[in-house]
Design a protein around this ligand. Structure first.
Ligand code: FUL
Length: 493
C-alpha cells in the first residue's frame, strides 16, 4: 500500500505536476500595452481640478488677446488655501494651476518675459501665485500639477524659433521651482490671432514640428519623472471633448492617428474624435482625461453664477468618466476677488458628501464570494482579493479559462444600484464583456451588461434592485481574468 502511494506521488511529481506548471506559469502573463508607475499613480487619483485665473478673469473673457495691462490683476481677497480646501472637500486629489494661459501672462516671477505677476499690483509685484497654490495644495495633502500654454498671444516672437526657446525656459523654471508635479498639461489650441507685442496679427505655426515636442517630453522625463504628460499624444490623452465624459466603451490603450494628409501626430494634430473610445489593443497605454468646467466657461464670468453644475450633474459625470476608466479634471475659476463664488463652493461640498456617502458602505464586503475558477486553486489569486482595498491584488483564473463568474451571496437581501469592477491594470486591460445576473424569484435574471473595465467601471443601474445574490459573469476576454475589485453600493440621495 505504502509503495503504491509512493509510486503514485512519484508519478504525479514526474509527469502531472511538471505538465501543469509547464503549461501555466504561477502568475498570469501581462496582456498588451501596460501602464507605467506614474500612470498608475495618476489613475488612482481619479479626480483633480484645473484652475484658470489670469488677467483674462478681470477682462471677463475666455481667451485673453495678450494685451491686458498687468495693472488689472489685483485679487484683493486671494487666499489659495481657501480655494484648495473647497477642492479637497469635493473629494478631488490634485490641483493643476494654469501658470500661463494663451494670453501669455505668467503667474510666477519669470525671467523669460516682463509680462508676468511682478508687473501687477498684487502684493506690490512681489507675489508668486504658482508658489501660493503649490503650498496650499501640498498643505492640504493633494498633488500639484501645471498647465503652461504653448500658445502665447503676448510674445512678440511667437511663431519664430526664439519663442520655442522661451517656452522651454518657462517650463524649466516651472519644473525646477515647484516641487514634484503629478501632471504637466499641454494644450492642443495653438496659433491664431493675437497681440504679439503689438503686431496684432494672425500667426500660424506647424503644430507638429514647431515646438519640437520630443525634446520637451525628454525634459519632462528628466526634470519631473513622476509627472504624466497630458496631451493628445502623451501619457494621458485628451478625451476629445470638454464635456467631461468618455464613451460607454472606453479603452485605456490608444493608437493616435495623424490627421488626413499628415504623417505626424502632435498635440492638436490627430484624430481626436477617436479619443472617447480609445483603441482596443492600441499601441500605447494612454488612458483618457475628461476635462470639463464647473461653470459654462473655463474663466469666471459673473453672468454664469447661476449656471453652476449641480452635485448630481457632477456625480453623473463622475460615472461617465471615472466610472469608465478615465480621470475627471474639473475646471474651477476664481473671481476677480481671487475667490471661488459661494455657489461653486457649496456644489463642491455637496458633491464631496455625495461621493463619500455613496461609497462609505461597500455591500460586497458583507457577501460570501465564490468563483467558478481560481488560478491553480492558489490562495494568491483567491476571490477575497476582490474585496480588499488593494487595486493590484486580484482574483485570477487559469490560463485556459477566459470566461468565469463570481457569485456574491448575502444572508439578508441588499438594495443597491452601483456595481464597481476593476482590473489589475498592471497586467493590462483584458476583459471585453461582462454580464451581471441577479437572483429574482428563485432564478437568475440577467440584469445588466457592460464592456471595457480597465482601472475602473461603475455600472449604474437605472433603478436600485433588492436581492440576495448576484453573479458577475466575464463572458469575453482574450486571456485569463485578473480582476482586482468588486464593489456594490447604493447611491446616496
Ligand atoms: C483649451 C483652451 O483653449 C481653453 O481655454 C482651456 O484652457 C481648456 C482647458 O483647454 O484647449
Amino acid at each position: 500500500m505504502v509503495l503504491e502511494i509512493r509510486s503514485f506521488i512519484l508519478f504525479l511529481s514526474l509527469f502531472i505536476i511538471p505538465l501543469v506548471s509547464a503549461q501555466q506559469p504561477l502568475y498570469p502573463i501581462p496582456y498588451g500595452a501596460l501602464p507605467d508607475e506614474r500612470q498608475c499613480r495618476w489613475q488612482e487619483m481619479e479626480m483633480y481640478v484645473l484652475i484658470h485665473f489670469t488677467p483674462t478673469t478681470f477682462e471677463n473673457k475666455e481667451w485673453g488677446y495678450g494685451d491686458a495691462n498687468p495693472s488689472i490683476f489685483n485679487p484683493h481677497n486671494f487666499d489659495a488655501s481657501r480655494i484648495v480646501n473647497a477642492v479637497k472637500a469635493g473629494g478631488f486629489k490634485g490641483v493643476i494651476l494654469v501658470a500661463k494661459h494663451h494670453d501669455g501672462f505668467c503667474l510666477w516671477p519669470t525671467k523669460t518675459t516682463p509680462y508676468n505677476i511682478s508687473q501687477s499690483p498684487w502684493k506690490n509685484g512681489r507675489g508668486d501665485m504658482v508658489k501660493e497654490f503649490e503650498k496650499a495644495t501640498r498643505d492640504a495633502g493633494l498633488r500639484f500639477g501645471i498647465y503652461c500654454s504653448p500658445w502665447d498671444r503676448n510674445a512678440s516672437c511667437y511663431g519664430a524659433p526664439d519663442y520655442v526657446k522661451i517656452y522651454r525656459e518657462q517650463l524649466r523654471e516651472l519644473y525646477s521651482r515647484y516641487g514634484e508635479l503629478f501632471i504637466t498639461w499641454f494644450d492642443g489650441a495653438n496659433g491664431g490671432d493675437g497681440y504679439y507685442g503689438g503686431a496684432k496679427e494672425t500667426r500660424t505655426i506647424d503644430r507638429a514640428t514647431y515646438y519640437k515636442w520630443d525634446t520637451i517630453w525628454q525634459m519632462v522625463r528628466q526634470m519631473q519623472p513622476s509627472a504624466v504628460i497630458f496631451s493628445d499624444v502623451g501619457d494621458v490623452r485628451w478625451v476629445g471633448n470638454e464635456e467631461g465624459h468618455v464613451a460607454e466603451t472606453s479603452w485605456a490603450t490608444f493608437t493616435p492617428e495623424p490627421l488626413d494628409g499628415k504623417t505626424i501626430t502632435a498635440p492638436g494634430e490627430m484624430k481626436y474624435w477617436k479619443s472617447p473610445e480609445g483603441t482596443r489593443n492600441g499601441k500605447y497605454w494612454e488612458p483618457a482625461e475628461c476635462d470639463v468646467p464647473l461653470r459654462p466657461g473655463w474663466f469666471y464670468h459673473p453672468a454664469d453664477d447661476n449656471k453652476v453644475k449641480t452635485a448630481s450633474d457632477l456625480f453623473d459625470l463622475y460615472c461617465k468618466s471615472v466610472g469608465r476608466g478615465a480621470c475627471l479634471d474639473l475646471g474651477l475659476s476664481p473671481d476677480t476677488m481671487g475667490m471661488l463664488h459661494v455657489n461653486n463652493i457649496s456644489v463642491l461640498q455637496a458633491f464631496g458628501q455625495l461621493l463619500q456617502q455613496t461609497f462609505a458602505v461597500d455591500l460586497a464586503h458583507k457577501a460570501i464570494l465564490r468563483a467558478s475558477n481560481t488560478r491553480a486553486n492558489n490562495d494568491l489569486f483567491d476571490v477575497k482579493n476582490l474585496v480588499d482595498e488593494d487595486r493590484y491584488s486580484y482574483w485570477a483564473t487559469d490560463d485556459t479559462v477566459t470566461c468565469a463568474s463570481v457569485e456574491l451571496d448575502w444572508s439578508q437581501p441588499v438594495n443597491f444600484n452601483l456595481i464597481r469592477l476593476r482590473e489589475n491594470i498592471k497586467l493590462g486591460q483584458r476583459i471585453e464583456k461582462v454580464e451581471v445576473d441577479s437572483w429574482q424569484d428563485n432564478t437568475w435574471i440577467k440584469t445588466v451588461e457592460t464592456t471595457s473595465i480597465g482601472a475602473n467601471r461603475l455600472i449604474r443601474l437605472p433603478e436600485a434592485i433588492t436581492t440576495t445574490k448576484i453573479r458577475i459573469r466575464i463572458v469575453k476576454s482574450p486571456v485569463c481574468i485578473t480582476l482586482s475589485d468588486v464593489g456594490v453600493f447604493k447611491e446616496s440621495e
